[in-house]
Design a protein around this ligand. Structure first.
Ligand SMILES: *Cc1c(COP(=O)(O)O)cnc(C)c1O
Length: 393
């Protein structure tokens, strides 16, 4: 079965929902047992780790439908839904680390994940170091006796380096180190993280899975071997995704396979147009031939999404870039991405890198190509660049 079919059917059980195509939103905390015997049976099923409706925090049939669908698309064992993408990142790290352990984190990691590691993990006695995401098998030399986790993000959501995940995972596994990867850019459709050696796959579902900029959600999918630790920590911490948000994520997921090709094609068109502008130093987009990550992207990914970066030349001032932003009518200025709308955002990552120098020549920004007609997006950019030129001239 193709994924474009699977994404419509995974996790659906209309026979359990009076035939309704989608599961309803269950608003529930208490789940009543019909009798003492039922109560005991329920507890026994829960103790055996069966998916079930035990208490609101354990999820309802809406949650389980969503988690089942993600697990199937990811080719994983089981999935848990978290209240945000960041909760999924931090929840995964907490699950596999304890005081005294060491974690290796890719230097291009999402800023708030880095902040979580540098504050929370450090406070709980975990030592954290960062590595060059281009290292590949060379990560072997950085693995210490206390290293328990390698944490990746490929491509990074600001600088778009693609890591050689199979090589990194092979080195990690030789030392019994668990590989966690944030795969938000690739989505469960375009990047099969677990098939590439990742043990624990994380997505900010807030982005393409929800797809409409109206809910926060994270998902973590594990292999069979890594499941118990994730589940236990999830329960210990009390993570729980809200029912309305889970419903929005499940609804978003069903149309993701038709949305992504548009984000992909428009992103590439915009990236190519931007590459031709004399003020542009470099476009960071793994689907562009000539991008440093292109060969790995072609080898490991099944598609590209709509997010990429643009480095301007040193001759372009920050205010000139800001004039471009303010002149745009179709690109909103705001955090996040993966919704139907187009976005632009200044990128400030140079300061946060510690393992690698990331020194762009001039100002940098990030674009999310939305579902607008790409000709309209390019026309908007044309008048945006006119404003940029007007400012610097
Ligand atoms: C947005 C994002 C997150 C965090 O997701 P939220 O839902 O905003 O908490 C994590 N990782 C990456 C790569 C992201 O882009």
């Amino acid at each position: 079965m193709k994924d474009t079919t699977r994404i419509l059917h995974a996790g659906r059980h209309p026979e359990e929902q009076h035939g309704a195509v989608n599961p309803p939103v269950y608003h529930a905390s208490t789940i009543l047992a019909g009798s003492v015997a039922d109560w005991k049976a329920q507890n026994a099923r829960r103790a055996k780790d069966e998916v079930g409706t035990y208490y609101g925090r354990y999820g309802t049939p809406t949650t389980h439908a969503f988690e089942e669908a993600i697990a199937e698309l990811e080719g994983g064992y089981r999935t848990l839904a978290y209240p945000s993408g960041l909760a999924a990142c931090s929840g995964a790290l907490m699950a596999y680390l304890r005081a005294g352990d060491h974690v290796l984190i890719a230097d291009n990691v999402y800023g708030p994940t880095r902040h979580f590691a540098d504050t929370f993990l450090m406070r709980y006695g975990v030592s954290v170091s960062y590595f060059d995401p281009a290292l590949g098998a060379g990560i072997d030399a950085l693995i210490e006796p206390r290293t328990r986790v390698v944490y990746l993000e490929s491509p990074g959501s600001h600088t778009f380096e693609v890591a050689d995940v199979p090589a990194i995972a092979a080195a990690a596994h030789r030392h019994d180190v668990i590989v966690i990867s944030d795969n938000t850019w690739g989505t469960p459709l375009y990047y099969k993280a677990i098939a590439h050696g990742v043990d624990v796959s994380v997505h900010a579902a807030t982005k393409y899975i929800v797809g409409h900029s109206d809910a926060m959600m994270g998902v973590v999918t594990t292999t069979r071997e890594t499941w118990a630790r994730l589940r236990d920590t999830y329960r210990q911490v009390g993570f729980s995704a809200a029912p309305d948000d889970v419903y929005l994520a499940l609804r978003g997921l069903r149309s993701m396979a038709v949305r992504l090709p548009v984000h992909w094609a428009s992103g590439v068109r915009l990236a190519q147009w931007l590459q031709e502008q004399p003020e542009v130093e470099r476009v960071m987009h793994p689907a562009l031939p000539g991008d440093a990550g292109h060969a790995l992207w072609r080898r490991d990914f099944l598609g590209a999404t709509g997010l990429f970066g643009v480095c301007l030349k040193a001759s372009v001032s920050q205010p000139a870039m800001e004039a471009l932003f303010d002149a745009l009518a179709l690109f909103g200025l705001g955090a996040s991405w993966g919704g139907f709308e187009s976005l632009i955002l200044p990128t400030e990552v140079a300061r946060s890198r510690t393992a690698t120098a990331w020194q762009p020549a001039g100002p940098v920004f990030r674009i999310h190509a939305g579902l607008d007609a790409v000709d309209d997006l390019i026309a908007d950019m044309v008048q945006g660049f006119a404003a940029l030129r007007g400012h610097s001239g």
